[in-house]
Design a protein around this ligand. Structure first.
Ligand code: FES
Length: 101
């Protein structure tokens, strides 16, 4: 199955390492929040998955949204509904959470 929108939430846990990792923050809670809020989006094939490290560890928790390849960083549970409403439903990325290139 091909999804209209596929969301990858880093849940990497790098125990014993000094670097930050999203799974030690609240990555799993973000996956649950996306799964909950995606139910409110009609007529689209959507999926939210936990993922391994997405390579942007210092700014996590990190969320990648495909097919466009948008990366959000520093995502909190309270941000999920805004991402779903603005980005997924409205097609407008949440600027304040975008990874600055
Ligand atoms: S640990 Fe989450 S992006 Fe690397």
């Amino acid at each position: 199955m091909v999804f209209d929108v596929h969301i990858f939430v880093c849940c990497n846990q790098r125990s014993g390492d000094e670097r930050l990792s999203c799974g030690e923050a609240h990555g799993l809670a973000l996956v649950a929040a996306f799964k909950k809020h995606l139910k409110s989006v009609p007529n689209m094939k959507l999926r939210a998955n936990k993922s391994g490290c997405l390579g942007i560890c210092d700014f996590g928790p990190t969320v990648a949204i495909y097919p466009e390849g948008t990366f959000y960083v520093g995502v909190k549970e309270a941000d999920v509904i805004e991402i779903v409403e603005s980005h997924i439903k409205g097609g407008k990325p949440v600027e304040r959470l975008l990874l600055k290139k």
